[in-house]
Every structure is written in structure tokens, then in C-alpha cells.
Design a protein around this ligand. Sequence first.
Ligand code: G1P
Ligand code: ZN
Length: 543
Amino acid sequence: MQIETIETTPIEGQMPGTSGLRKKTRVFMEPRFLENFIQATFDAIGGGDGKTLIVGGDGRYFNKDAIQTILRMSAGNGVAQVIVGQNGILSTPAASHLIRLNGADGGFILSASHNPGGIDEDFGVKFNAANGGPAPEGLTAKMFEATQSISAYKTVTAPDVDLGTVGDVTLGEMAIRVVDPVESYQALMAELFDFDAIRALFAGGFTMCFDAMHAVTGPYAKAILEGTLGAAKGTVVNGVPLEDFGKGHPDPNPIWAKELMDLMMSDKAPDLGAASDGDGDRNMIVGRGAYVTPSDSLAILAANAHLAPAYRDGLAGIARSMPTSPASDRVAAKLGIGSFETPTGWKFFGNLLDAGKVTICGEESAGTGSDHVREKDGLWAVLLWLNILAARKRSVADIVAQHWQDYGRDYYSRYDYEAVPTDAANTLMAHLRGQFDDLLGQSFGNMTVAAADEFSYHDPVDGSVSQNQGVRIRFEGGGRAVFRLSGTGTQGATLRLYLEQYSGMDGARDLDTQVALADVRAAAQAICDMEAKIGRTTPDVIT
Ligand code: G1P
Ligand code: ZN
């Protein structure tokens, strides 16, 4: 098969953000847009010659076409073998696992995660490295540089490869193995968790609702929860992946998984409610009448992980992203293990996991995971919760209440201001950065500033430094506000304001979250001069 070299020129805006390159689908569909980025990736990793790659995506609109392009370009770049999920489907954690399991050189994952899908919505692509994790900053910088100087891409002319049947095919010299997307992932979960105990839990009448949000985890959850663990038929809802996610917003939080939330707060609530996002790496956990914040979920999973076989010997350490509440730090302190604070984005956990410094990590944005893969993993979190519930034989609400009693409660909420004009968002951040020294000791309503700075991360493994990772304001009495601009938005800027208030060991643990956060919110909005800088204080989304 003839390899073709096709001339191209750089295209604006190909900087990969915290989770790869995300754009409107129509932008990705423009000629050369995807091709340039894929070629830039090959150039950044030293070419494709003889390499093995994993390819798959969350099934959103354009997934199939993008995969065919990537297969042809892989052949054009001399790749030896591509392992691809049947029908182009792989959840992000399953793709990470396949990279590790097969000793592959890396993989392309097609997804815009929790962003809506469809021709008028979002699409994305990211490259994961040989450890199974998102490309580290050094590599994404190289990829970006390559997009700036690209002059040609390599491909082959060939009809679409049939990805509908599991088995081996070829594209020119390149071998393609089409695999069942669920099989090896399920085998990994069976190694980590006590499937017998979870089976007994369901057999004893335990009920659950898993909302797959018409996204990629549908087939995974059906096979594992209903097929293997004996959960009742119908436990998995919205379980058929759709190209537009049923026009929903596949983000597992109380806003976008409202139907599930309503069910869990009603008198028809099952014992456990859970949901996952577009590509299967995020999770939401709700007990009967009890929503578990992701920061609390991380802390509770860490505190109880020893109840699952894979973590029986204890954890090496716990990592959380900076805007995540410090609830998990207290667990680490009690366990006498290391705790790490990283910038937002899963890629920063990779080095810590590879170095064996941490076993469990998580983010406030509903991502939790462990050293079993190098991505956050939605179903993993759900299965660990199930394992803990099976071992402790208590309700989710009880376990959470007990945790707060033992450690105190971190009231937590995130406010998102979407599609803010980029200039206005930058002005607000600059305004914050300009007043760190003046803020110390100043009072805003009931809150007095104890510390103010911008987070920069010194990676303890490779020594790299990542600056400008968000402004943090700490208040006396356990309050904190964090401001940062999203790296995954596709329109203007998204300003995120993270609010938290620690109850202390003796404080009230049963307040309404927004009531508990009223003082810190007012202080945060005053400090950044929000009304004047972006013309509003009411967020688009509160989680
Ligand atoms: C968001 C989340 C972050 C997560 C990322 C990818 O990034 O806040 O925790 O790692 O999506 O799922 P952001 O848009 O805030 O940059
Ligand atoms: Zn995701």
C-alpha cells in the first residue's frame, strides 16, 4: 500500500489543554484539522515506526470517522499494530488499561469527556503515553510546537476498516486487532474487588440505580453490574451509548444527572445511586437522601480502601488536585501516609503513581482513581463503594456521617461562570494576583484573609514546575476560595470559583451547604470584584 505525503499548513488553536485538544465538532471536521494534530503527535513522539497503539473513543458523533482517519495515518506513519475497541468504542479508563496490558507505546482517545456530543457540540482527541496516562506537559508542549511548524502529514488511501467484528484485520502492512471493549477491563475489576461479596450484597436485596447518561459506560455497567454481579435487570439506566448522548450533558453531577438525584431524594430511592460521564472516567455517588461530594468520596474511599482485596495492604499515599477539599489530607495524616496536592488535571497524578508515591487520587470534579490505570475511573469508584458497602453493611448516609464525625466536615461547592469574555476573565485573575500582599489580615464581612497566593506545583518526581495553577485565598476559621480558569471550555473563558468551609471537629455537620458557604462566597466575590469585572455574580452551574 502506497504511503502518501500530503502537504498542509499550521492551523490556529491547536494547543492541547488539561485533557487533550477539545473543539466544536465542526472544527474537528474541517479538512486537515484532525490530520494536523495526529501528525503533530507522531512527530512529537519520534514517529510511528514499529509502534503499537491503542485507539478508541466514547462513541460521540464523529468518533467513527476520526478513528478511520487515525488508522490510515497510523499506517502512513509506519505503526506496526493498532488495537481498537469494537465499533471504535473504549472508555477512557479501559483505553488506559489496554495500553498498559499490551505494553503499547501509547494511544489516541477520542472524547470531549463530559461535554455534550453531536455535530454542533464538542469533540476531542488526546494522546496517552506508554504508562497509560495523559501526555505529560513536556510532550503536549512538543505536540503544540509540531502543530506550529507542520508542513505535511502521512497517510494511506484505503477504504474504511470494518470495526464491527472482533478479530484481526490488516491495513497495508499494519496489523489491526479489534477487541471487545469491556472484556479485559472487567477482568481487571474482578482482580481488584471482592466480586463474591458484592454478589452477596445484591443477592441480599441491595438495590442500585446506575445512570450511564447514554454514554460509554452503558455496556461496561451492564456487563459488570447486571451481568456478573447480579444486580437486578434495569439497574443500569440510559445504558445505550448514543452519538449525541440523547442530547444530554453527560456530566455526573447533581445538575446534569438531575433525574437520578430526584430519584435518590425520593421515597423510591434505591440504596445506591451512581452515574458516569461521556467517556467513563468520572463518577457521582449518591446514597438514599445523601449526595456525596467528590472531595468527600475521595476521602471516604481512601479511608476504607483496605476493605477491597487490591488495597488490603494499605495505601502508599493519597493525591488530590489543589481545588479539591483537604478531606483526604486528614485521612492520609491519620493513616500516616503521604498526601500530595497537584494542579487540576489527571496528568499530574501520573508521575506520583508511576513512582509508587500514591495509590489513590482524586479531583473535586468527580474524578477518582488508583494505580490500576493512569486515568480516573468512574466504574472503579462505583465498584469500590460497592465493595465497602458490602464489607461494612451500613448505608451510604451512615458511612458519610461517621466519616464527618471522625474527621470533621468540609462543606464544598463549585461555581462555574461560563462563556465569560476572555479579556474580562483575564482581568479578574490579574486583579486577584495584584493584591496578594494587601489582602493579608483584611476582613470581608465575617471572613478575614489568612493567606493568599497562586498555586505552583513542583513535581517531586521529575522536578518540573507548573506555574499559574489557580489563585487560593485562605480565611481564618477554615474557609477557602480558589479561582481558576478552565482548560477544557470551548467558548470564551470558564471561570471556576471553588468554595469550602471546614466545620472543625466540634462544628455543625448538618447545615445546608450553600448556607454554610455564604460568608466565604460573599468574601470571594468581593475580593475579585466580580460584579464589576465580569458583570455578574450568579453562576451558570453550581455543583
Ligand atoms: C475539568 C476539571 C478537572 C478535570 C478536567 C478533565 O478541567 O475541572 O478537574 O481534570 O476537566 O476531566 P477544567 O475545565 O477545570 O480545566
Ligand atoms: Zn471524562
